[in-house]
Design a protein. Structure first.
Length: 235
C-alpha cells in the first residue's frame, strides 16, 4: 500500500494517535555530527585514563561505550567513578554537538509541521541522544520551543536509544498509552527504540540513513519528507 510518498510497512490496525515524538538531529533539523571524530576523542580520553578501549571502535554506539565503561568502573578501581567518566564523555560529545548545531538548519517544513500538529491538539515531544545544553540552544534558535510540550535528552535518560527508556519516560510524562503515540526518527536506532517501547515507528529517509537501510528495520511507516507525518497521524 502506497500513499503519497509513504510506505505502510505493517499490517496492524492504525491506532488513534494523541502524541507525536520526534528525534531531533537529522529528523527536525539538518545536522552533520562528526560521529567518528567524537568517538575517537572519547577513546583518547579513556585511554589516557587507564580504561580498556580495545573493543571500542568509531562504529560503537554511544550507549554501548557507556555500558562498557560502567562495567570497568564497577569491576576495577582506577580512581574514576562511572558518574565522573560519564560526565566527561558527555562533555566531549557536547563539544562536538555545539559545533555541529552551529551549522545546522531546520528541515524544510519541520517548523510548520509542529505548528499544525499543535493546533490540532497533538502532544509533541523530542527524544534525542544529544545533550541538554546544545538541544535547548538549537530549539530556541529555530523557534521550536513554543510547540514542544516535552524534551528528553541524553542527560535525562538512564539509557540512550536504541534502548526505549527515553520514549517510555516521554509517554509516561505525557500520560498517553503506547498505542496512542508515534516516534519519528531518521536512523536505525530510532526504529529499534520505538519497537522496544511499543510505539508506532515512522522512519524518515531524508536524514542520516537511506530508505533502503531503514526499510530493513521494518518500521511501520517509511517516508521521504517530514511533512508526511501529518497525514499519517491524522489518518
Amino acid at each position: 500500500m502506497v500513499a503519497c510518498c509513504s510506505f505502510f510497512l505493517s499490517s496492524k490496525n492504525k491506532p488513534r494517535f494523541k502524541a507525536v515524538l520526534f528525534d531531533l538531529d537529522g529528523t527536525l533539523v539538518e545536522f552533520k555530527f562528526k560521529v567518528k571524530e567524537s568517538r575517537l576523542a572519547i577513546k583518547d580520553w579513556l585511554s589516557k585514563n587507564g580504561f580498556d578501549i580495545s573493543s571500542i571502535t568509531p562504529e560503537t554506539k554511544t550507549q554501548r561505550i557507556f555500558d562498557q565503561i560502567k562495567f570497568q568502573c564497577e569491576s576495577r578501581s582506577n580512581g574514576i567513578s562511572f558518574d565522573s567518566a560519564k560526565r566527561t564523555m558527555s562533555e566531549i560529545l557536547e563539544e562536538f554537538e555545539f559545533r555541529s548545531f552551529a551549522e545546522a538548519k531546520p528541515h524544510p517544513g519541520s517548523l510548520q509541521l509542529l505548528k499544525r500538529l499543535k493546533e490540532k491538539q497533538f502532544l509533541l515531544a523530542i527524544v534525542t541522544n544529544s545533550g541538554r545544553r546544545p538541544v535547548d540552544s538549537i530549539l530556541g534558535t529555530f523557534g521550536f520551543l513554543p510547540y514542544i510540550h516535552l524534551t528528553i535528552t541524553r542527560d535525562e535518560m538512564s539509557k540512550m536509544k536504541p534502548e526505549p527508556d527515553g520514549l517510555l519516560s516521554a509517554i509516561e510524562t505525557l500520560k498517553v498509552e503506547q498505542s496512542e503515540a508515534v516516534f519519528v526518527g531518521d536512523s536505525v536506532i530510532d526504529i529499534q527504540a520505538a519497537k522496544k517501547a511499543g510505539l508506532t515507528s515512522i522512519a524518515l529517509s531524508q536524514g542520516m540513513s537511506t530508505g533502503q537501510i531503514l526499510a530493513k528495520e521494518e518500521p511501520d511507516y517509511l517516508i521521504s519528507e517530514i511533512e508526511e507525518v501529518e497525514e499519517i497521524v491524522l489518518s
